[in-house]
Each structure stands twice: as C-alpha cells, then as structure tokens.
Design a protein around this ligand. Structure first.
Ligand SMILES: NC(=O)c1ccc[n+]([C@@H]2O[C@H](COP(=O)([O-])OP(=O)(O)OC[C@H]3O[C@@H](n4cnc5c(N)ncnc54)[C@H](OP(=O)(O)O)[C@@H]3O)[C@@H](O)[C@H]2O)c1
Ligand SMILES: [Zn+2]
Ligand SMILES: [Zn+2]
Length: 347
C-alpha cells in the first residue's frame, strides 16, 4: 500500500481535517497521479451534508482534478511517467454493458465507480477522492491534459465542464440555438462559456443582479433576474435549451415557462424529488431532461474543444489547507466562479 495525505470529512457541520490514508498498490492497468489541483464542486457540499451524524463514515471529497502521472502499471500504454492528466468523477465502469459500449460509461448499468464515495469493482473498498496528494485509478479514466490549458483552471472542466457539455451537445446547441443558463455558479459559468463558444445566443437567469457584468464578460448576451416577474414574463417561450444548474430545491414551472415550443429544460442540480405540473410540459410540447458527468469520448472531445476555444474556469486558487473556508463560502454563494485547491501544501 501507498500512503497519501488528504482532507477528510467525518460528519456534517464539522471541519474537514488533514489525515493520512492508504492508496492501493498499482494494478496492471492503473496509473498513479500526483494531484496538483482539485476543484471544489457543490456536490462535495451535498455529500458532506449527507454524512451520518454518528458512526465511522469517512469522506474525502474531490472529483475534478489535474496532475502528473508518477507511476504506471505494466499494462498501461496510454501514459508515461511525467504526463499531465485530468480526471473527473468516474474512475471505472464495467466496460461491457450497452451504455459502456456506446461510450456513455457515466451511465454504466452496473453503475460507474465514482471518484469518491464509490465502490471499487475489484476489492469492494469505498473510493476516497482527490482532496489529497495522490490518486490511483484505472488508466482508461485519466485523460491527457492539453498543454495549452492552464492545469489549475482546467480542473473544473472535469466535473462542472463535462456535466454541462454533454447536454449542450446532446441537445444540438449551435449557432441557431437560443440557450439560457439558470444559476451562475461553477457549472453555470462554464455552461455560458461553452454555449457561447458553440455559437449559441446565450442568456443567464440569476437571482443575483450583481452578476450582470460577469455574465456579459463571460460572453452572455443578456441576464434575466429570476426575481423580476416582468423580466420573466417578457422571456416566456424564448429558449430552445435551458440548462438549470441551481443548487437548491426550486420550482421548475417558472423555468419551463421560459422554454420554447419543443424546447428542453435540462435540470442538472442534485435536488432530490421534484414536483411538476404536467401542464407546464403540455403547453408547448416541452421536454424535461437531465444529465450527469460524461462518457470517455465526450470528455476527450470537451477537453479538445476547450483547448481550441481557450475555455477554462474562472477560479479562485487557494492552498488546500483553506478547504474549509472554500466550502463555507461555496455554501453561501460567495464564489466567482470555482474554488480550486492547490494540493502542493500536502507534500
Ligand atoms: N448532474 C451532475 O452530474 C452534477 C455534476 C456537478 C454538480 N451537480 C450539481 O449541480 C448543482 C450546481 O453545482 P455548482 O457546483 O455549479 O454549484 P454553485 O457553484 O454553488 O452554483 C449554483 C448556483 O445556483 C444558484 N443558487 C445557489 N443557491 C441558491 C438559492 N438559495 N436560491 C437560488 N439560487 C441559488 C446560484 O446562482 P445565481 O446566484 O446566479 O442565482 C449559484 O451560483 C449542485 O446541485 C451540484 O450538486 C450535478
Ligand atoms: Zn462535481
Ligand atoms: Zn457498463
């Protein structure tokens, strides 16, 4: 076994603490990655809040990271020691089911192995994430990091980026599409950048009037204030695709009202059960969809597109020792637009 250092959550409401823990010895198709930068995703907060109040639960979050390969198993041919790589929130899948064969490992019928809180397919252990200095994974789920992408600002592409990229592509977003993005946070700001780079007419829907300047700087053409009924009414039936990244439970009806005839609301936040008036779908033959993470081909394509179009996240980089500060501020909506931890302070 190999020892690494990381930040562990034990129960909701308590600070993450620095711990040493074991990583497995490399299997034949494994790579070891020195984690340099890891984004702080709102899902990390949801996962910490969902920890049991008692017991020995153990969570090391972190599922969007970049780093450098430090060792490879004997069967690995795609990487060499020293290669820059990027890893997202899936580190294994069955490889055989129809979803895996279609390149949608994110929907593997045996369930993909998540980067943290997942179950290893070989030894049954619970995976521990990349708020840590070293990560070991099956080489298929590491991606070469294009050299023109800044490794810190690229880390959030691997969860926030791919999660919005797949629905944008699946819904055919391009120059003739009117796109709206609800919630200008980690996912939302990358959805805006990617939709703009795909040529779409792009609008932000936000509860925060002070984000209007940012929305324009990110390339959006307009910002609708969700609390302003007049603006919401004026935008009825306007958008072919609405990407909803709001991180808290909310009514879908007002957003469906903004979707155009035969358009789609792609709801991406982890909200739990939602209620819906079917009439909000019926009028305008509207569609409700969702998405999560991405398959290997789409992830590689997204990284290539980002390198070509110079798309990375707007980040606030901080030493990993400030992880609790980052999580607190994320919970308060005080982030523009992604915290990224620099793990070099764990060496
Ligand atoms: N489907 C997937 O695979 C997947 C992957 C990653 C994340 N997620 C989920 O997607 C959601 C967004 O993640 P993120 O990392 O982008 O979060 P984030 O950076 O916190 O952004 C969420 C945005 O939601 C809006 N919001 C937050 N609190 C709100 C409130 N109380 N009322 C109304 N709006 C509020 C804010 O936008 P405005 O200030 O502009 O209104 C905020 O910037 C989370 O639920 C996360 O767990 C899902
Ligand atoms: Zn995430
Ligand atoms: Zn599968």
């Amino acid at each position: 076994m190999r020892t690494t250092v990381g930040w562990q959550a034990d129960r909701p409401g308590t600070a993450l603490r620095r711990v040493s823990f074991e990583r497995r010895d490399l299997r034949a198709d494994d790579v070891a990655v020195r984690v340099d930068y890891c984004g702080v995703c709102h899902t990390d907060l949801h996962a910490i809040h969902a920890l049991p109040e008692t017991g020995d639960a153990r969570l090391v979050p972190g599922h969007e990271f970049t780093g450098v390969v430090t060792a490879i198993g004997p069967d690995v041919t795609r990487f060499r020691v020293g290669d820059a790589v990027a890893v997202g929130n899936i580190v294994d899948s069955c490889g055989l089911c129809a979803m895996c064969r279609a390149g949608q490992e994110n929907f593997c019928t045996e369930f993909p192995t998540l980067t943290y809180g997942g179950t290893d397919r070989h030894d049954g252990s619970t995976t521990l994430g990349a708020y840590s200095r070293e990560y070991i994974l099956r080489d298929r789920f590491a991606y070469p990091l294009p050299s023109d992408l800044d490794p810190a600002a690229a880390a959030p592409l691997l969860c926030a980026g791919i999660t919005v990229w797949e629905p944008l592509r699946a819904l055919g977003v391009g120059p003739d599409t009117r796109v709206a993005v609800a919630g200008l946070g980690g996912l939302g700001h990358l959805a805006v950048k990617l939709a703009v780079a795909l040529g779409a007419d792009t609008t932000v829907i936000s509860r925060s009037p002070d984000k209007a300047d940012d929305a324009r700087r990110l390339g959006a053409h307009d910002l609708i204030l969700s609390s302003d009924q007049r603006q919401m009414t004026a935008a009825r039936n306007r958008f072919d695709v609405l990407i909803d990244t709001i991180a808290v439970p909310h009514e879908l009806g007002p957003l469906l009202g903004l979707v155009a005839l035969d358009g789609t609301l792609s709801q991406l936040g982890h909200l739990g059960p939602v209620t819906l008036q079917t009439m909000d779908l019926l009028i305008g033959r509207k569609k409700l969809s969702s998405a999560g993470s991405g398959g290997r081909p789409a992830t590689a394509a997204m990284l290539e597109f980002c390198a070509q179009h110079n798309v990375t996240a707007d980040i606030e980089l901080m030493p990993s020792a400030r992880v609790n500060d980052a999580l607190d501020r994320l919970g308060q909506g005080d982030v523009r637009y992604r915290f990224v931890l620099d793990l070099s302070d764990l060496s």
